[in-house]
Design a protein around this ligand. Structure first.
Ligand code: URA
Length: 242
């Protein structure tokens, strides 16, 4: 049962429309106001095509998804506020630049989110990284917090929340609840993911409209088991045990 989704076609078409200033509505998915995608370039599509391919070996899956994670982290950093900063260059002249306004930390949602930690460390040297483990409660079928280890001063930081796949949004919403309980302001949370579903984006927006969500790509839909379609299967399985 091969079903062919030409995601690249519609997303590239939507990029052309965006660049023409002709609006998003016709071709690409219409995103909630708190959500954005990486620039939908052919390079990004090529990287995603490799990791979506069921025959890609684990080592390539890791290498190419690490590249996308790096792009996501770089884009996330573009959303952080800066303040003016002037420095003296070796030529003896001043340069009026900027520096980041506040400190950041990462929080990965276990297990798959841990795969994004290295990409964050590559961009932000000695960054603090917390971890949250959320699993489905067998009795209530709702996401339940099993473990959280967060930097003690997290309330003063901007938080890059890491989870590669935004499916229903259940785990991310629970993780954000935990961050807010620990004093983090919702508007200081950036949620980075590789592939999002429209359902997950809408759920996130209706619960936490102040949280910014940055996805590399937005796919078509969820299936009955809440897998993203066409997606890439189980990210954690492919990254850790492929
Ligand atoms: N998590 C995954 O790893 N893949 C999906 O498709 C959905 C959630």
């Amino acid at each position: 049962k091969a079903i062919h989704y030409r995601c690249s076609d519609h997303n590239m078409a939507s990029t052309a429309l965006e660049q023409n200033g002709a609006g998003l509505a016709q071709a690409g998915p219409t995103l909630p106001p708190n959500a954005s995608r990486l620039p939908q370039t052919a390079q990004l599509d090529a990287l995603l095509t490799i990791i979506r391919d069921a025959s890609t070996p684990r080592s390539d899956f890791i290498f190419y998804s690490d590249r996308i994670i790096r792009l996501l982290v770089e884009e996330g950093l573009n959303h952080l506020p800066t303040v003016p900063q002037t420095v003296m260059t070796p030529t003896g002249f001043e340069y009026s630049g900027v520096s980041f306004q506040g400190r950041i930390c990462g929080v990965s949602i276990l297990r798959a989110g841990e795969a994004m930690e290295a990409g964050l460390r590559e961009c932000c040297r000695s960054v603090r990284i917390g971890k949250i483990l959320i699993q489905r409660d067998e009795e209530t079928a709702k996401p339940k917090l099993f473990y959280a280890k967060l930097p003690e001063d997290i309330a003063e930081r901007w938080v890059l929340l890491l989870d590669p796949m935004l499916a229903t949004g259940g785990s991310a919403i629970k993780a954000i609840e935990v961050l807010i309980e620990n004093g983090v302001k919702a508007e200081r949370i950036l949620f980075l993911n590789l592939i999002a579903s429209p359902e997950g984006l809408n759920n996130m927006y209706s619960k936490y409209p102040q949280v910014k969500v940055i996805s590399a790509w937005v796919d078509e839909r969820l299936d009955e088991k809440s897998y993203i379609i066409p997606g890439l299967g189980d990210y954690g399985d492919r990254y850790y045990s492929g």
